[in-house]
Design a protein. Structure first.
Length: 281
């Protein structure tokens, strides 16, 4: 059975690292790509610094992931420097792509018709959003103006998406995920949960290790929670969630496999004296 495609994520923006904006794009990308059958291996965050972006991208490309997805820095302002940094990292020039320019024009026409903007942006700003690294393909942005970018960098597919969450999500769902699935094949993420009564997560260490050793292909993880505050009944927050999950090419087989592991884990927990309250799938 083929392994899931390996993905690395990179989000860009001073506002994220300054704490001015709470990042949601990493969460959305990691969650959605995982559930579509991809394996997210690493994620990073960097400032709007073209040299820093290019250097980090070179480092990430040396890992030879199947896919790198970058979010942020595609807009019209000077600090939107992602594509220049990508071009630098790949040793390619930035060139104005007629298809990208037409996408920008169409976006402004749409926004003008809807009354969202009073006029088209400055000519140079429009041209900036249409300059892509040589060999790149623009991706239509159905919500905003700046196109996304799809680029083959050796064995790695490099995708640049807008940083505005609504724009990023629209491109991810409508274009990127379907194209990645077409390229790497359809896989499935199956997940079950076991809810146990356990006041100390340390008590489930042994049964989890026992089952994980017998099923190395299955992801098994307990989700830690804080202890109750002083004065709170000791039974508060005593429910602990254990995740059992896997990627597979066939969803039915994945579900059957998880049920087998879930049943084995329930038995191990019972032997350890840890009550199972319920299961979820």
């Amino acid at each position: 059975m083929s392994a899931p495609a390996r993905v690395v994520l990179l989000v860009i923006g001073n506002e994220l690292l300054n704490g001015e904006v709470r990042d949601s794009n990493l969460f959305t990308l990691a969650r959605d790509l995982t559930r579509q059958g991809f394996k997210v291996e690493q994620a990073a965050m960097v400032r709007d610094d073209p040299q820093a972006i290019a250097a980090l991208l070179v480092t990430l490309l040396k890992l030879h992931p199947d896919v790198i997805i970058i979010s942020g820095g595609l807009g019209p302002t000077a600090d939107d420097c992602t594509l220049a940094a990508v071009a630098d990292a790949l040793k390619q020039p930035l060139v104005e792509i007629p298809t990208a320019r037409e996408m920008v024009n169409q976006a402004y026409s749409r926004l003008l018709a809807a009354g969202y903007v009073p006029q088209r942006g400055p000519e140079e700003a429009q041209r900036k959003m249409a300059r892509l690294p040589l060999g790149a393909k623009p991706l239509l942005n159905p919500v905003g103006v700046a196109p996304g970018v799809w680029l083959e960098a050796g064995a790695t597919t490099l995708i640049c998406l807008p940083g505005v969450p609504e724009e990023m999500e629209a491109l991810l769902e409508g274009t990127v995920t379907p194209q990645l699935t077409a390229r790497f094949g359809q896989r499935h993420w199956a997940e079950h949960a076991i809810i146990v009564h356990c006041e100390d997560e340390a008590n489930i260490t042994k049964p989890l290790q026992e089952i994980a050793a017998g099923y190395p292909d299955i992801y098994i993880k307990s989700l830690a929670q804080s202890f109750p505050k002083s004065g709170t009944p000791k039974t508060a927050n005593a429910e602990l969630r254990i995740i059992v999950a896997t990627h597979a090419a066939d969803e039915t087989q994945a579900q059957q496999r998880l049920k087998e592991v879930r049943d084995a884990l329930q038995l191990a927990l019972s032997r350890a004296g840890i009550p199972v309250l319920r299961t979820e799938s």
